[in-house]
Ligand binder design. Structure first.
Ligand code: G6P
Length: 362
């Protein structure tokens, strides 16, 4: 069968709705219920090597980079290995120190992004060990890596990444679980994460049912010239990815900021003309986040919260997951928000101006 947006107005909307299935496939056969861990066949990394990893560095571009930021947090939380993400393009141009006990991970939907590919080649030249988290099987980046994990998300056509992004985050959770269980993650925490992962597809279905309400909110928010997206720790990569998504498809200016940094700058911009989207999960930072919301409201800024309870004038509520996995679900309503803002403004959603699905040149 040919792949088209049949039954859907756009590929982006179709791919948002394909996410429960994409997550099922990313998890497929990889969870081990007996030892509460994950098996990832293509890693080429035995337990002794995995224990020797001192640091993890994740490289990607665009949404893949933001998925990498979510991944770095998961690896640091579950496996207790210092981890961070960096744009592949920055990494390749700054003559990075390549360490033998660092695990490098390249993340890419297409597997063809030039900046990511060159970063991998530079790493290999310098003896770095690189894993790929890639969707396209047999792609250039997948072939260059020492091992890796495929997403199995299926083809993604819309320029703005949705299901591949979510599958990347899920694969990072599997990798973090795998590394964690080789190191210090307890069997009971391993079981907790396994069970949380299994619940994700059904929980994504629940979020997708809120589409009509999100579309109405999006049409309203699309009338503003600019928006602020804020989040703290686990919410911070979500704010970045969601602001990016809104910009890409709606062309509404959006700026992402860590909630904690608001008072060090962007609070000066807050007024009734600048709405804020705040990522506010029910976790140990809820009180801190609520006081940030108070500061915005005191300047009569409109607030849309995305979290696990009604918190403001407008709230999008998603099902609760395990705290480490919450970012995977909190992103989904904001994909729909960006999509429907673009539709409300009459934009070419699947092919935003000036952008390409895969940037294979310098
Ligand atoms: C382009 C696309 C983005 C994508 C990025 C990385 O900039 O417009 O949507 O996230 O490339 O692509 P990749 O295929 O490496 O994930």
């Amino acid at each position: 069968a040919t792949y088209d947006a049949e039954g859907y107005t756009h590929f982006m909307r179709k791919e948002i709705h394909e996410q429960p299935g994409a997550v099922e496939r990313a998890l497929g056969g990889r969870l081990d219920e007996r030892f509460h861990t994950a098996h990832l066949g293509g890693l080429n990394l035995d337990a002794r090597e995995a224990r020797g990893i001192r640091r993890v560095k994740i490289l990607g571009c665009g949404s893949a980079y933001y998925a990498g930021q979510v991944g770095a947090q998961l690896i640091e939380e579950l496996a207790r290995i210092p981890a961070d993400a960096e744009p592949a393009s920055e990494f390749r141009y700054r003559n990075p120190v390549v360490e033998p006990d660092t695990l490098y991970i390249a993340v890419s939907q297409s597997g063809e992004t030039y900046d990511t590919l060159v970063a991998v080649q530079e790493l290999r030249r310098k003896g770095g060990r690189v894993l790929g988290v890639v969707n396209a099987v047999g792609s250039a980046i997948a072939r260059e890596c020492d091992g890796g994990v495929y997403l199995h998300a299926g083809p993604e056509i819309a320029v703005a990444s949705t299901k591949a992004y979510t599958s990347q985050a899920v694969v990072f959770a599997l990798l973090a679980l795998h590394l964690g269980r080789i190191r210090d993650l307890s069997p009971s925490d391993g079981r907790r994460i396994c069970e949380g992962l299994r619940r994700l597809p059904g929980q994504i279905e629940e979020i997708l049912k809120q589409e009509d309400r999100i579309a109405a909110l999006a049409a309203d928010l699309a009338t503003y010239r600019s928006m602020l997206f804020i989040g703290r720790v686990r919410g911070w990569p979500i704010a970045r990815e969601s602001a990016q998504k809104l910009k890409e498809v709606s062309y509404v200016h959006a700026e992402a900021y860590p909630s904690s940094e608001l008072k060090h700058g962007p609070l000066a911009l807050v007024n009734p003309e600048l709405p804020t989207v705040a990522i506010v999960p029910d976790d140990d930072l809820l009180d801190k986040n609520q006081s940030t919301l108070g500061e915005i409201r005191a300047r009569r800024g409109r607030v849309l919260t995305v979290g696990h309870r009604e918190l403001g004038d407008d709230s999008l509520v998603v099902p609760k997951s395990e705290p480490e996995l919450d970012p995977i679900l909190l992103t989904i309503p904001l994909q729909l928000l960006a999509y429907h803002a673009a539709v409300a403004l009459g934009n070419d959603v699947d092919k935003p101006r000036n952008l390409a699905k895969s940037v294979t040149v310098e």
